[in-house]
Design a protein around this ligand. Structure first.
Ligand code: SF4
Ligand code: SF4
Length: 544
C-alpha cells in the first residue's frame, strides 16, 4: 500500500458530519487524487463500440467533451425516462425523509453530504426537474431544479463513481428507491460522452475479446488451473484431471476470473477443483470448465444495461455449445445480481437448458427454473445437508471466522443461510458481526462496481470503513482472524482494507474452507491447509 495514503487515525480525526456552511448546489465538487479512478483507455472504449473514445484527464479543466454534449445527455435522459419506469418513479417520489442519508458507507466514511444517497440521486434529479417538470421550469431553484452545466456534469462523474451500487440505502427507503439504479443510469449517460473509468472500460473490453476481465487467453486460463492441480497434489497426494470445454458434460461451471488469477481467490479455486474431483470419484458427476466463458463477473453491469446483456450472453452461448444440462456458478458478486435481477428479461429464459436438479441428492433447484443457474453455496449446502460430503472441520480449527454478506448475493438474491450453513459445517469457530451490519443490512466492501483500482485507495479505505469497523469488533471480542465471503471482488478488495484497518484479519472464500475440510478418497495425511500453512497440531510436522 502506498506510503502517501493518509493514515487511519488521520482519516478518522478529520471525519466531520456537521452541516456544511454552503448549500449543496452552491458547493462545487472538488475532484482530488486518491478519490477517483483514472479515465478510460480510449482503445477499450473503441473496442466495444462505445462513443467518443479519447484521452482525457479529470484533473484538467477541459474534458474534451463533444460540442453537442448537453443535447446528447438530455436526449439520453429523456430516452431512459421513457424506457425505465423505475427511473421516472425514482425521480418523482423521493420525499426527502432522510431515512437513507446515513446508510451509505461512503457518507459514513467521508462525512461528505453528496455521498448521502438522497443527495446523490438529487444530483441527477435536479436536472430532471429543470428539464422535464413544469414546476422546475417555472420555479427553478425554489423547487430544487438546476441547469445542466459542465460543473454539474463533473459532479455527476465524481459522485456516481463514488457509489458502489450496493443498494444498502434502498433497504431503508420507505419507498424502495434504488439509488444503485440511478447510479447505473447516470453512468450510462456519462458513457454517452466517453466518460468512463479505466478499471471498468478495460475489463469490459477484455471480457468481450477473450471471455474474461483480465484478458487471459484460453491456454493461459488452463495453465493456471493445471498449476493449482499440482499444488493440490502436493498437499493431498491426489492427482486430478479437470474437464475443459467438455461437450456433453452434466454441468458447466463458471466463476469470476479473479478466483483463477489473484490470491486469496486462488485458494477458493483450489476448493472448487477438489469438490468437483470428490464428486466425480464418489458419484460420477461430470463438471466442465470453459476456457472461453471464463468469467462469471459482469463489469457491464457497472457500465450500461446493453453492455451487461452482451457480457451475460456469452455464458449461455457456451452452455448451449457444450450441451450441458445447467450451469453452476462460483463465488461471485455481480454475476449473481445480473443472473437474478436482469438475465431473464435480457437473455432469457434459457429454455435450451434443464431446470437444475442435483444428480447426487435429487434436489430440484426450482428457484433457478428460469435462469438454469445454481449458486455453489446452495449446491454445496444441499450436498452437506444430505450427508454427501466427507468432512473434517477440525482442519479449520486454526481459523476464527466471520462472514461478510457480499452486497449482490445478499441484497440481490437473498443468499443468507446457505453460506452460513456451509461455514458451520466445515469450521467450528464462527462468529457473526453485529446484526445491523450483516444480511440485507450488510456494509459494502467499498470497492465494488468497478472501484477496486489502485489510484483511488483513499476512497476505498473511506468506503470500507464501516465494514472494517464491524470486523474489528468481532476481532476484539472473539479473536476473529479470518473474514470469509462469497465474492471475488471482496476477495480482491478486502486484503488491502484489512491491512489498513484490521491487519490481524485475513480473507478467504467459503469454498477454500470446504477444500480444507474435504476428505478426498485415497488422500495422504494432510499437514497443511490450502495456503501451505500447518494444520492445527501439525506445526512441527515439517521438522520431523
Ligand atoms: S447504492 Fe450503496 S454506495 Fe450507492 S448510494 Fe446507496 S448505499 Fe451508497
Ligand atoms: S429514504 Fe427514500 S424517500 Fe427518503 S430521502 Fe432517501 S431516497 Fe428519498
Amino acid at each position: 500500500m502506498s506510503d502517501d495514503l493518509i493514515k487511519p487515525e488521520e482519516l478518522i480525526s478529520r471525519l466531520d458530519y456537521a452541516t456544511p456552511k454552503t448549500g449543496w448546489m452552491d458547493t462545487p465538487a472538488v475532484i482530488r487524487p486518491g478519490m477517483y479512478c483514472y479515465s478510460a483507455n480510449p482503445k477499450s472504449v473503441e473496442y466495444v463500440g462505445m462513443p467518443h473514445p479519447r484521452k482525457w484527464n479529470p484533473m484538467e479543466d477541459d474534458w474534451l467533451l463533444p460540442e453537442n454534449w448537453k443535447d446528447i445527455v438530455l436526449k439520453g435522459l429523456k430516452d431512459r425516462l421513457e424506457r425505465f419506469r423505475s427511473l421516472r418513479i425514482f425521480m418523482d417520489i423521493c420525499v426527502r425523509c432522510g431515512a437513507c442519508a446515513d446508510k451509505c458507507h461512503f457518507f459514513l466514511g467521508s462525512g461528505d453530504p453528496k455521498n448521502m444517497p438522497v443527495l446523490r440521486a438529487e444530483l441527477l434529479r435536479s436536472v430532471y426537474r429543470n428539464e422535464f417538470t413544469k414546476a422546475g421550469k417555472l420555479l427553478g431553484k425554489m423547487v430544487g431544479a438546476r441547469k445542466l452545466t459542465v460543473s454539474v456534469l463533473k459532479e455527476w462523474w465524481y459522485y456516481y463513481f463514488q457509489c458502489t451500487q450496493c443498494r444498502r440505502c434502498s433497504v431503508f427507503c420507505p419507498y424502495g428507491i434504488d439509488t444503485a439504479e440511478v447510479t447505473l443510469l447516470t453512468r450510462e449517460l456519462l458513457n454517452e460522452l466517453g466518460l468512463n473509468i479505466d478499471w471498468i472500460a478495460t475489463p469490459v473490453a477484455n471480457c468481450y475479446r477473450t471471455g474474461n476481465h483480465l484478458g487471459i487467453q484460453p491456454h493461459a486460463f488452463k495453465d493456471m488451473l493445471d498449476f493449482f492441480v499440482d499444488d493440490i497434489e502436493e498437499i493431498t497426494g491426489i492427482n486430478m484431471a479437470p474437464n475443459y470445454n467438455k461437450k456433453g458434460a452434466d454441468i458447466l461451471f463458471i466463476t469470476p476470473s479473479g478466483d483463477v488469477f489473484a490470491d486469496p481467490g486462488t485458494y477458493t479455486c483450489m476448493g472448487y477443483l477438489m469438490l468437483f474431483h470428490f464428486l466425480k470419484e464418489k458419484y460420477g458427476l461430470d463438471v466442465t470448465w470453459s476456457t472461453y466463458a471464463s468469467e462469471g463477473g459482469n463489469f457491464g453491469s457497472f457500465t450500461s444495461h446493453e453492455m451487461m446483456k452482451r457480457l451475460n450472453a456469452k455464458m449461455y452461448a457456451e452452455a448451449k455449445r457444450l450441451g450441458v444440462k445447467w450451469i453452476l456458478g462460483g463465488e461471485c458478486g455481480h454475476m449473481w445480481r445480473v443472473i437474478h435481477q436482469y438475465m431473464d428479461t435480457m437473455n432469457g429464459p434459457a429454455d435450451f437448458l434443464e431446470t437444475p436438479v442435483s444428480p447426487i441428492t435429487g434436489t430440484v433447484f426450482s428457484n433457478a427454473k428460469s435462469t438454469k443457474m445454481v449458486h455453489i453455496s446452495e449446491f454445496t449446502a444441499d450436498l452437506i445437508k444430505h450427508g454427501k460430503l466427507d468432512l473434517d472441520p477440525s482442519r479449520n480449527d486454526h481459523l476464527r471466522v466471520t462472514f461478510h454478506d457480499s452486497c449482490n448475493p445478499s441484497r440481490g438474491m437473498g443468499m443468507f443461510e446457505e453460506p452460513r450453513y456451509v461455514i458451520r459445517s466445515v469450521c467450528r469457530n464462527f462468529f457473526e458481526m453485529p446484526a445491523n451490519t450483516i444480511r440485507e443490512k450488510t456494509f459494502c466492501c467499498g470497492s465494488g462496481s468497478g472501484l477496486n483500482a489502485g489510484e483511488n485507495m483513499e476512497l476505498r479505505m473511506i468506503g470500507g470503513f464501516p465494514r472494517a469497523n464491524a470486523v474489528r469488533h468481532v476481532h476484539e471480542k472473539y479473536g476473529v482472524n479470518m473474514l470469509s465471503c462469497i465474492c471475488a471482488v471482496d476477495r480482491a478488495a478486502f486484503p488491502a482494507l484489512m491491512e489498513y484497518w484490521v491487519p490481524e484479519v485475513e480473507v478467504t472464500g467459503v469454498t477454500e474452507m470446504v477444500g480444507n475440510a474435504l476428505i478426498l478418497p485415497g488422500e495422504i495425511k494432510r499437514t497443511t491447509d490450502l495456503r501451505g500453512e500447518p494444520l492445527p497440531g501439525m506445526e512441527d510436522e515439517d521438522a520431523e
